[in-house]
Design a protein around this ligand. Structure first.
Ligand SMILES: *[C@@H]1O[C@H](CO)[C@@H](O)[C@H](O)[C@H]1NC(C)=O
Length: 436
């Protein structure tokens, strides 16, 4: 990390010499790799809204109950499916309630606090959930497109970066699977993102690609391998691309597709091959081997390419208020025990970096953001109607010990445990293999 400013200056000079437009003078892939190594990324959601900030509407706090893919299950939950939670009655879509109250992801004051909170916990990379360029179809299940919040979010991050000791806070992108996503729409997305956001100093071109396996490796290779027909490598659209390792064979698929690394995303342990802790040793070892071999198909590459491992940990999982039929995937937090088991497994696997699922995905109960503690219940209203749920009296869960910062403080502690000490001999060896 210490060599980073030097790299930037050299790159800036280089860009000047080449007379490239300002918008393409972004941080190099090598610098991204250096910044990702031994860092903590938090997955950050910016789809929240409250009436005062968002044209009189709640966004996501009033999330509807999602249908199951079988009609028999939907019949069981007929009274709830597609109906909205009702924040006006204190009923939100989550098992916990935010300590700062319901907020808007477009409120600069809230955003600055959130970035400070993350940075204080040792989180330097914030991955924004991004659902594509503005268009009527590029939106999540609640009809929210997150792109229009980005200028506000990036400006807030920029302000926090200027505060003493916070210059290493960066915004990265979490590319979500909007309908119709292909290699060519992704290439256009990259052009759009660079054009609109690369001028923010907070912007770092690291792209986590959710559900990357929806597109086969042969197609990814066209975009991400240096020899691909549509390759972004060594062009102004280049970046560090981290794909999702879900099933057993996805590690190899990501390598073949030309990705720079993998992440596992899921906070529900054993939900996928990639989120099964017993597999993490082998998965991280697989990633290290790519660096040694230069990757499959490396014969066509110039030099060797590292393949980074980013293991995702979370505090628990509970999405029953939006998916009442998904109880079998609920993972109670048990205070810090659940999260500590994931972190301990990650430490043993020696990944390149850690990501946290999530900072604020309240609807899936994976958030580490400060939650209200002390008994907090919604009043209840058994009426309901055709659009809103009949609200049952509901007692929100609280963080153990009544500490709203329990999980953020735990992240800080683990950052020390994972990477606080001087680089071990082993890490030195890995660094020696780096290409810069
Ligand atoms: C249903 O209830 C909600 C919340 O009380 C209210 O905003 C909405 O207008 C109601 N809808 C109908 C169709 O009555």
């Amino acid at each position: 990390m210490h060599c980073f400013p030097g790299i930037l200056v050299i790159q800036a000079l280089f860009m000047l010499l080449l007379d490239l437009p300002v918008s393409s003078s972004h941080v190099s892939t090598e610098s991204c790799r250096a910044l990702l190594r031994r860092s903590i990324t938090a997955f950050f959601y910016l789809w929240y809204g409250v009436p005062a900030h968002d044209n009189g509407r709640y966004l996501h706090w009033d999330h509807s109950v999602l249908p199951h893919w079988t009609s028999s299950t939907n019949e069981k939950f007929e009274a709830m499916i597609n109906k909205h939670h009702n924040p006006e009655l204190g009923d939100i879509h989550a098992p916990f309630f935010p300590a700062r109250g319901l907020y808007s992801s477009r409120d600069p004051h809230v955003l600055r606090h959130q970035f400070r909170e993350m940075h204080d916990a040792g989180i330097t990379l914030v991955a924004l959930s991004w659902w594509g360029r503005p268009s009527p179809t590029a939106a999540d299940s609640q009809g929210v497109n997150t792109d229009d919040a980005l200028p506000i979010v990036l400006a807030a991050a920029e302000e926090v970066r200027q505060e003493k000791g916070r210059g290493d806070l960066y915004i990265t992108m979490h590319l979500e699977p909007y309908p119709g996503r292909t290699i060519s729409t992704i290439k256009d997305d990259l052009a759009y993102i660079y054009e609109h956001y690369a001028h923010f100093s907070a912007f770092l071109p690291i792209f986590y690609v959710y559900d990357s396996y929806h597109i086969p490796p042969e197609e990814w290779a066209l975009l991400l391998q240096p020899w691909g027909k549509e390759s972004v490598r060594d062009t102004p659209l280049d970046g560090l691309f981290i794909g999702l390792w879900l099933e057993r064979d996805h590690g190899q698929a990501l390598v073949d597709g030309g990705f720079d690394g993998m992440y596992t995303y899921f906070a529900s342990v054993s939900f996928s091959f990639g989120s099964t802790l017993a597999n993490w040793d082998d998965m991280a070892a697989f990633c290290r081997r790519q660096g040694e071999l230069g990757g499959k198909g490396g014969e066509k590459q110039v030099g060797k390419r590292l393949f980074l491992s980013v293991l995702s940990v979370g505090p628990g999982y509970d999405d029953e208020k939006i998916r009442p039929w998904n109880k079998h995937n609920t993972k109670p937090r048990e205070g810090l025990d659940y999260m500590d088991r994931m972190l301990e497994a990650a430490r043993e696997a020696r990944p390149d970096a850690i990501s946290i699922t999530s900072y604020n995905e309240w609807g899936e109960g994976t958030q580490i953001e400060a939650a209200k503690v002390g008994e907090w219940r919604c009043e209840g209203n058994w009426e309901g109607n055709s659009t809103h749920l009949a609200v049952r009296p509901y007692v929100y869960q609280e963080y153990k010990g009544g500490d709203p910062y329990l999980y953020l403080n735990n992240v800080k502690l683990w950052r020390e445990l994972l990477w606080g000490m001087a680089a071990t001999e082993d890490e030195q060896t890995i660094n020696d293999k780096d290409e810069f």
